[in-house]
Design a binder for this molecule. Structure first.
Ligand SMILES: NC(=O)c1ccc[n+]([C@@H]2O[C@H](COP(=O)([O-])OP(=O)(O)OC[C@H]3O[C@@H](n4cnc5c(N)ncnc54)[C@H](OP(=O)(O)O)[C@@H]3O)[C@@H](O)[C@H]2O)c1
Length: 419
């Protein structure tokens, strides 16, 4: 059985990963940074002897409950994390991934074995940056999205609103067979691809988050001043046609980049491939409530989705296979989001929607579009707006791709670098 390490047990997703590892009875070590929040979290988890898992009422068979740590451990020992893990899941926002890779290297990551790093999620073109630190072809699995919609309102407690039906993990570099098989056993709904574009250009956060946050900025501040929550998706996108239109434009640029690289694409405005899509989705068993799904059903769903596992799909198509929002050909992104039930519950704006998704999403997408001569004005405007609103230069601090030549990036995204 593979030993799983969590880098970031104190984050929201780190809590959810810990809960699921305990549910699965895995040998797990949860590392938290020795920050104030990290220390509070570890202290609470140790004192409680486990984690509280909260689930929405009425969701299948799974009830809210306390999960004891058992043999699992949590702490601040990076060396213990490196030495005792076959897989390390980086469960924190993607703009910290290089920092974490550097720390793991200092703790001995490259010394004996190559521990597989799982980026949850990677956002766009994380791997070339990590390879500059850890060496070309270091084994990395990039999740296209976090497996959970989750919150942690206090240390030691996780609210898993939902587990995603299905998501893609691109396998990059020299990933050994056994840890990859272990990862698939942990997440039977994971679809793997050897084409990094499926996650790098499958970056839905870059589409949904920064433009919605920045174009609704006044509304978000006004809600905060009244101590209320701005309904991010419902009001910020579905109820705001201007924002929904900009998101649709950013989404199409993302798809045009994929097409220019020769990647299979579903949902391009001038070539949506709706019939092919419908034929694939017809075979996929969907259920509205994830917790009712057995591992067998999750695995079957992942298998049926194999034909799209090497594709980049529009945001509407992503909602279809991720959240089971049945595709209506020609439907606008705003309307599709309006029909997504998970966005109606506790969806609030978070600052990482700009501080993460501009530098690791819009900035590399802008650079790629530029290099491929694809017009990218809507993306450029949002990056510029980020600087106006926050004073931060996203292009300077972000993944501007300056260290890499275009041919290398193309081969990287197409999965042609060779191991
Ligand atoms: N949560 C969700 O429902 C959800 C859904 C979809 C996608 N995602 C994606 O999943 C990823 C993780 O999300 P999240 O909700 O787990 O993040 P989060 O909890 O909102 O992130 C905050 C955490 O980041 C940690 N952090 C700060 N600086 C760091 C550094 N230099 N290195 C490592 N960690 C650092 C902090 O750790 P300390 O505790 O030490 O302060 C803090 O706990 C993000 O990419 C997010 O966009 C999350």
């Amino acid at each position: 059985m593979a030993r799983v390490g969590l880098y970031g047990v104190s984050t929201q997703s780190g809590h959810a990963f810990l809960a699921d590892c305990l549910l699965m009875g895995l040998d797990v070590y949860g590392y938290a940074r020795p920050s104030q929040h990290g220390m509070e979290t570890v202290e609470t988890l140790v004192e409680q002897g486990g984690i509280y898992l909260q689930r929405p009422a009425g969701r299948g068979e799974e009830t809210s409950r306390f999960l004891p740590l058992g043999q699992a451990e949590v702490g601040h020992d990076l060396k213990r994390l490196v030495d005792g893990s076959d897989i390390i899941i980086l469960a924190h926002p993607s703009h910290y991934q290089e920092d974490s890779a550097g720390r793991l290297k200092e703790a001995g990551l490259l010394e004996e074995r190559r521990v597989v790093l799982v980026l949850s999620p990677s956002r766009t073109l994380a791997t070339p940056y990590l390879w500059r630190i850890l060496g070309e072809h270091y084994p990395v699995v990039c999740f296209q999205t976090c497996p959970y919609s989750c919150k942690s309102t206090s240390p030691g407690s996780t609210y898993i609103k939902r587990r995603k039906n299905s998501w893609i993990g691109s396998v990059e570099g020299e990933v050994p067979r056994e840890p990859l098989a272990a990862l698939k056993r942990m997440f039977p709904q994971l679809l793997t691809s050897r084409i990094p574009a499926t996650t790098s250009l499958g970056n839905i956060g870059a589409v949904f988050h920064p433009a919605t946050y920045l174009l609704n900025y006044d509304g978000i501040l006004a809600a905060a001043a009244k101590n209320t929550v701005f309904p991010f998706y419902v009001e910020g996108i579905a109820g705001n046609s201007r924002v929904a239109r900009v998101l649709g434009e950013i989404d199409q640029i993302r798809l045009q980049i994929a097409r220019a690289l020769g990647i299979s694409v579903f949902g391009l405005a001038d070539d949506p491939r709706e019939e092919e899509w419908a034929a694939i989705l017809k075979t996929v068993p969907m259920s509205a409530e994830d917790s009712a799904d057995t591992p067998e059903l999750k695995h079957l769903r992942a298998k049926c989705l194999q034909p799209i596992h090497d594709s980049v799909v529009s945001a509407q198509h992503w909602l279809a296979y991720t959240y089971g929002v049945a595709r209506i050909p020609g439907e606008s992104l705003g309307d599709a989001i309006g029909r997504t039930s998970t966005y109606r519950r506790r969806s609030y704006p978070q600052e990482r929607y700009i501080h993460e998704d501009v530098p690791t999403g819009l900035v590399p997408l802008e650079s790629l579009a530029d290099r491929l001569s694809i017009p990218h004005e809507p993306i450029t405007q949002i990056i510029d707006l980020y600087r106006e609103v926050t004073g931060r230069d996203g292009r300077r601090i972000g993944r501007n791709l300056e260290p890499f030549d275009t041919e290398y990036l193309k081969r990287c995204l197409q999965g042609r670098l060779g191991a």
